[in-house]
Design a protein around this ligand. Structure first.
Ligand SMILES: [Zn+2]
Length: 210
């Protein structure tokens, strides 16, 4: 099981350009044409897989970002958020993980605050089972919102093996979940499960539209 209390000791033999980071206005450069995101096939969750005292929803579907096709791999959750926006930490962070044909990883992150219940999140918990299993198809496409503003930078996976060259897109507009929806996660899994922010070093962060 991944121990977040011992995260400073996680083996990181891959270098120093890591994730998550604190996204501060002064480190950001504007890029009007940052992303041209198009859905190629809807993102459909099909299997719930329990691992490391958390769970993921494995699925299918694809997006095209700047003319490169990325296939949807999985959705998983961190509580509280891993990325900060100007030092602000959110209640949750959802990671939609994609890979292209060359094996490069791209993650679209959604930050989450308390508010109205989230319909897709509810569908996921209604389908949740302790043992990994196939579930009725859940359409996850609406989690990503084309035309939202986002931050983009190059970082890493936030769990071992902490592999770098991960392309991050963090939507600045938070989703909401209700208090009881948030509580559900805390009841089932150990939290916190967020990696602490990592040094930016000399990376640039871009700001633009999805
Ligand atoms: Zn993650």
């Amino acid at each position: 099981m991944l121990d977040y209390q011992l995260q400073d000791k996680w083996e990181n033999g891959v270098g120093g350009l890591q994730s998550p980071i604190n996204l501060q206005p002064e480190i950001v450069s504007n890029d009007e044409d940052l992303v041209r995101l198009v859905f190629q096939q809807p993102l459909i969750g099909k299997i719930i897989e329990n691992s490391n005292n958390s769970f993921r929803i494995i699925g299918s579907g694809s997006i095209v970002i700047n003319q490169v096709i990325f296939k949807f791999q999985e959705l998983h959750f961190h509580l509280p958020s891993e990325h900060l926006i100007d030092n602000h930490q959110f209640k949750m962070e959802w990671h939609l993980v994609f890979k292209n044909e060359q094996g490069q990883t791209l993650v679209i992150a959604r930050l989450v605050k308390l508010g109205e219940a989230n319909v897709v999140y509810q569908q996921i918990w209604d389908a949740y089972q302790v043992n990994s299993s196939e579930i009725p198809a859940i359409d996850l496409t609406s989690i990503i919102k084309v035309d939202d503003s986002c931050y983009h930078y190059q970082g890493s996976l936030t769990t071992p093996p902490l592999t770098q060259n991960v392309s991050w897109y963090i939507d600045i507009d938070p989703l909401t979940v209700s208090q009881s929806q948030l509580q559900k996660y805390h009841e089932v899994f150990a939290t916190p499960n967020n990696r602490k922010v990592q040094p930016l070093k000399n990376r640039c962060v871009q700001f633009g539209i999805m």
